[in-house]
Design a protein around this ligand. Sequence first.
Ligand code: BTN
Length: 325
Amino acid sequence: MQSELRTRLLQAFSEADGEFLSGQKLSETLGCSRTAVWKHIEDLRSEGYKLEAVRKRGYRITRKPDKISGNEIQLGLKTEFMGRHIHFEEVVASTQKIAHTLAGDGALEGTLVVADQQTEGRGRLARAWYSPKQTGVWMSMILKPEIPINKTPQLTLLTAVALIQAIEDVTGLTPEIKWPNDILINGRKAVGILTELQAEADRVHSVIIGVGINVNHTKEQFPEELQHIATSLAEETGQQIDRAKLIQSVMIRFEKLYKSYLSHGFKPVKLLWESYAISLNKKLIARTLQGTLRGRAAGIDDEGVLLLETDEGKLEKIYSADIEI
Ligand code: BTN
């Protein structure tokens, strides 16, 4: 975890919005000596920040490093609790694993685990999630909602809505949702969500929501077997996307929806989710562990479970499945 002082220093530069901040002002704002300020500024330089220093005026940031880090994400992040604590690592097996450990050790609500690369990224249904370095957003959010276990699938749908809104904000693209948690752009998957729980029979301790976003991959960077089903935001926009900005946007959008969900329930989220869903009213095939069902997606219920009207006219609740449209 980065130091509190460092976070506040970056916050001060962000609020100064490109203006100079004097060493004196910084030491007053941060409540530390000017030598400590200078030391932290040198540390930022060694991490790739470009800082201009002008006598009698002070310092300003002129360029941020072209990499993802806890600092980058927290610089200018205006949230109450989402992403206020960030655990960043360059390479991990899976951010989910780390988030589970931190959650068990009492991590606060909104704690975010982010990695530049995952060597054992995992997806739904025990699949692997391709997570190469310097291209994607691989992160896990730790939440501590006081909700019954049967309501936790709603959080997956809420996350999908927040992700769509954030992607729209940052790229102008309009992704769509394929139930329950695939986010597609032009029919190809750009984002996956994996929701895991730490719970007792009747009580949720933590919900760990893993999010994988294909951001700056070129088509050729995907393994051959993924090239026709996966895409990235850069492929779709033709532009490199700032991953730290994207994460910030996800934090802001998620926090807003999550607060509304905790006070007003699932209904508003459900309406938004339905407005982005492509699977509704479409004929589809649902492959579940119990077998394959064919029919029409009639909607989602108030718990976020898919309602499938089968070709035989029966209404089935689908809790987990692979959906083919
Ligand atoms: C899916 O199968 O669609 C879900 C993919 C979820 C991938 C993310 S990447 C960050 C987090 N860590 C993991 O190991 N998995 C999730």
